[in-house]
Design a protein around this ligand. Structure first.
Ligand code: NAD
Length: 375
């Protein structure tokens, strides 16, 4: 018990639920971090290397993200210890069983995350007839990853952040050199939106490796390759290296869109970018973020930059359509990025400290209106 409570602080986590069904090899953990602002929203992550620590940190990240975005939702997260590429019937069985196990927690609204998708959410809705987010369009959902809701926010966070970083006057998205770690739903769509602004994608990485071309990679060609089930390393005519090589690529903007803690005390000195915009959740360790801040490299924190997905989910929950969601994402992410970077500049604190202050103040205020914030 003492062990599980080591993360407990003034905000949460309110509940930690273990799910274990040995007959179908289902192992999962749900963390409901805080629900003072409303039902907890946070996706279901499926990967072989997830952990309870990761789940607790991601659930907190959702509390902060929802509060910072001004949504009437708290934060939660589920991790499923399994390979998301398992055969579909097995995955369906796991997801349906998970839904049943969590049906008595109406304060948690399920949604997709790495390793789960719209199809999984449709299974959940069918199994427990609960309002979930991230449903297929045919079931009334907004396909977050297909439309690139998160990446749309990242594209706007970048544009707002550019004048705040150590770049020459007049530095703009057109001709900015970008490297993206993780070429999945977030990374690919970010590349697409940035290419529309004439930014140059010089580097990309997925779990198989990294590729680099100082003259720019062909974004459409790379996306087609990934959509055909291949890796970025199958892209012809680019320098190829191992997946961690992308950390040291020469570029202006570096976008982590893969796993947690990818920039850490062991590799932070290799980063050459002027601006890091966190597409992934908790992609930098606290030490690495502070180090980059001291070096004058601007980092826009995850729960400000990548809130497009959850804003879209909240809009779907309220019955809004895709165009309305994209409009709200643009407005909220731009406003919050500016607010946080201004606060950081004026108070001489890190952007994360400024963002934390904004979000924590909102959550604590909501908590003060309630007798207990565990219901
Ligand atoms: P995804 O599964 O579609 O893509 C992940 C990509 O990362 C894949 O291309 C994979 O090969 C690559 N990858 C995995 N490990 C890697 C490594 N060590 N080095 C380089 N590449 C690696 O996932 P996604 O939905 O694009 O999410 C990516 C990140 O963004 C996650 O941290 C997720 O929590 C976060 N995020 C996603 C959304 C969303 O709307 N999908 C919203 C907010 C945050």
């Amino acid at each position: 018990m003492a062990d599980i409570l080591r993360f407990a602080d003034k905000l949460g986590p309110a509940k930690i639920i273990q799910v274990y069904e040995p007959t179908i090899d289902l192992k999962a953990v749900l963390v409901i971090d805080n629900i003072a602002m409303g039902p907890a929203v946070g996706g279901i992550r499926m990967a072989v290397d997830v952990s309870i620590d990761e789940c607790i940190r991601l659930a907190r990240s959702m509390t902060l993200k929802n509060a910072a975005a001004g949504l009437s939702h708290g934060g939660g997260k589920t991790v499923v210890y399994a390979d998301p590429k398992m055969p579909k019937p097995k995955k369906e069985r796991l997801i349906r069983a998970l839904a049943c196990a969590l049906r008595n927690f109406p304060e948690y609204v399920m949604g997709p995350d790495m390793g789960t998708d719209e199809q999984c959410m449709a299974w959940i809705k069918d199994e427990i007839n609960r309002n979930v987010t991230g449903l297929p369009a045919e079931s009334g959902g907004i396909p977050i990853d297909q439309i690139g809701a998160t990446a749309w926010g990242i594209r706007h966070a970048i544009e707002v952040a550019m004048p705040y970083c150590n770049c020459p006057v007049g530095f703009s998205l057109a001709k900015a050199r970008v490297a993206i770690q993780g070429f999945g739903a977030v990374g690919m769509n970010a590349a697409r939106f940035l290419a529309e602004q004439n930014a140059i994608l010089v580097g990309a990485a997925d779990s198989q490796g990294s590729i680099y071309d100082a003259d720019g990679l062909d974004v459409n060609k790379l996306i087609r390759l990934k959509e055909a089930g291949k890796s970025v390393v199958d892209y012809p005519d680019a320098e190829k290296s191992d997946r961690d090589a992308i950390v040291g690529f020469d570029c202006d903007i570096w976008i982590p869109a893969a796993r947690p803690d990818v920039i850490n005390e062991n590799n932070m000195e290799r980063l050459k970018a002027k601006l890091v915009v966190e597409g992934a959740n908790i992609p930098l360790t606290v030490g690495a973020e502070n180090y980059l801040h001291e070096k004058g490299i601007l980092v826009v924190p995850d729960f400000i930059a990548n809130s497009g997905g959850v804003i879209c989910a909240a809009m779907e929950y309220r019955g809004k359509i895709e165009s309305e969601a994209m409009e709200v994402i643009e407005k909220k992410v731009r406003t919050n990025t500016r607010l946080v970077l201004e606060e950081s500049r004026i108070k001489k604190i890190t952007p994360r400290e400024a963002a934390m202050h904004l979000a924590v103040t909102r959550v604590q205020k909501a908590m003060s209106y309630k007798r207990w914030s565990i219901y």
